[in-house]
Design a protein around this ligand. Structure first.
Ligand code: ADP
Ligand code: MG
Length: 247
């Protein structure tokens, strides 16, 4: 191939944000071991693979996951009461397509956040828009936006996500004003986008968390209407090795 032609191709590739020629493929093609179409297919395949990887990495970065753990790393034998099949079924991400919610309820250390992160990673790999936040951070964000008059924009931004993870609802008591904002957000996403919510309280205890029982019930109502609830009742995984050592 002439140097001029090579430069021209490289220029086009840069313009398309392609990585560039792959010398190994060029050599095989030049030696006559690849048809034109085969060469092009392999080159494009590599580029698609690379672009997908970059896009997944970006999605994971933007989702602000607290740590990266997969569902495959979750030891279901440690939580025998948790229905493994039901959790694994969620990996198909149909619940995101159907705008359904998932709730993981149970005491600290049983893997609620891990399961939420595992599903979030799958969603990122499928290139959905995902955001992980805690109930406390989310509420702070909404309260600040309400004060500076940007609450509608903020609610819209949260609504555009395919999957919003609200972790640790219940660690902090929620005032009436805060509950109303949370209710607005959950109503806006209702049947429009999925929420994964984790809490160390069962619904019958949400009265302790919320100042306002009416809003609490309205929130539960919307979350549960199209939602799957997992009650994880086993013991804390954090204590697993400690208990073993103590034996
Ligand atoms: P929770 O959110 O319920 O308080 P986490 O999901 O943060 O608990 O779990 C605490 C730690 O234990 C994390 O590092 C998590 O990866 C790990 N963990 C919890 N349950 C399991 C499990 N069944 N298999 C593997 N790791 C687990
Ligand atoms: Mg947690």
């Amino acid at each position: 191939m002439s140097e001029e032609l090579y430069k021209q191709i490289e220029g086009h590739m840069r313009a398309l944000k392609f990585k560039g020629m792959i010398p190994e493929l060029s050599a095989r093609a030049a030696a006559g071991n690849l048809l034109y179409e085969e060469y092009l297919a392999l080159l494009l395949e590599e580029e698609v693979k690379r672009k997908t990887e970059v896009s997944v990495k970006t999605k994971i970065h933007l989702s602000r996951l607290p740590y990266l753990k997969t569902l495959e790393e979750f030891d279901f034998s440690y939580q025998p009461a948790l229905k493994e099949k039901e959790v694994i079924k969620l990996s198909s991400l149909d619940f995101i397509e159907q705008k359904d919610n998932v709730l993981f309820l149970g005491p600290p250390g049983v893997g609620k956040t891990h399961l939420a992160v595992g599903l979030a990673m799958k969603a990122c790999m499928a290139r959905y828009r995902v955001l992980f936040t805690t109930a406390q951070k989310l509420i702070e964000d909404l309260v600040l936006s309400k004060r500076d008059g940007s609450i509608m924009e903020k609610l819209m931004a949260y609504s555009r996500l395919h999957l919003l993870i609200i972790d640790e609802l219940g660690y902090m008591p929620i005032t009436r004003e805060q509950a109303n904002l949370l209710f607005q957000l959950i109503s806006m996403r209702y049947e429009k986008g999925s929420i994964i919510l984790t809490s160390n309280y069962n619904f019958d205890e949400w009265g302790k968390v919320f100042d306002d029982n009416v809003v609490a019930s309205a929130i539960i109502d919307r979350l549960v209407h199209h939602g799957t609830i997992f009650y994880i009742t086993g013991s804390s995984y954090r204590l697993k090795n400690k208990l073993k050592k103590a034996k």
